[in-house]
Design a protein around this ligand. Structure first.
Ligand SMILES: *Cc1c(COP(=O)(O)O)cnc(C)c1O
Length: 233
């Protein structure tokens, strides 16, 4: 109960410290609390501790949580981020329930999300997922293909393309973490200079958020350090 509050406080301090160290403002990094596999009560504790943005990986589970908090709205509005792999038969549920999607990696999915976004909602914020680890098994595009996809998404009325996201291969060494973030960070800075609507770089998790912030991340997605280890049984 109160450990979630303490954890959030600690993570915020880590973010502040990492930002200061590289001369950035702490509020230039948004904390997304990744609540996948965790119960409603854990999310409610995080909300009570002032957390406002949550990330979910599994459509059904995420939609249940979004609906619960729509029926039991907290005092200040909360924001839902879909960060998991996207199957095309699940795009409607995502378009109808989430505020952000971090894991767009093909035009077909982007088109469906745009068509299925309800017109009474603002355009869905999307990030294009980049694979910086170069492994064929992982999802995400090369930097060049991601830039091309961003251009195509610009034409879709239901979407607001905001930037890039990546999940590099886990590394414990700080220098190696930075090496994985750097290509993404360079691409992001080039894009955001050309086009001011590209303002979001989603990278960094519990184990590598400090390196990610040093490399220019504007959104860190933190699960374990806030909610504890996940149990997938
Ligand atoms: C699970 C997950 C996270 C959170 O990872 P932790 O190591 O628990 O902080 C972040 N991003 C994505 C895409 C995830 O799937």
């Amino acid at each position: 109960m109160c450990h979630i509050k303490n954890n959030i406080q600690q993570v915020r301090e880590q973010i502040d410290h990492a930002s200061q160290k590289c001369g950035r403002l702490a509020d230039s990094v948004q904390l997304i609390a990744v609540s996948k596999t965790k119960p409603i009560e854990a999310i409610a504790d995080a909300i009570a501790a002032g957390q406002r943005a949550f990330g979910e990986n599994y459509v059904q589970e995420g939609v249940e949580k979004v609906e619960y908090f729509a029926e039991h709205p907290p005092a200040a509005p909360i924001e839902w981020h879909f960060i998991g792999p996207i199957q095309s038969n699940k795009t409607r549920l995502i378009a109808e329930h989430f505020d952000w999607v971090h894991s767009v990696d093909r035009l077909k999915i982007a088109k469906r999300l745009s068509e299925q976004r309800p017109t009474h909602l603002p355009p869905l914020n999307v990030l294009v997922q980049v694979n910086t680890s170069g492994e064929a098994s992982k999802s995400g595009l090369s930097v060049d293909n991601a830039i091309a996809l961003i251009e195509d998404i610009r034409a879709l009325p239901g979407l607001n393309v905001r930037g890039l996201m990546s999940i590099p291969q886990p590394e414990t060494d700080y220098q190696r973490q930075c090496a994985a973030f750097e290509p993404l960070s360079n691409a992001f800075h080039a894009l955001s200079e050309q086009t001011p609507d590209i303002d979001t770089l989603s990278m960094g998790m519990s184990g590598d958020m400090e390196a990610a912030i040093a490399c220019g991340s504007t959104m860190v997605r933190v699960g374990t350090a806030i909610f504890g280890a996940r149990d997938y049984r």
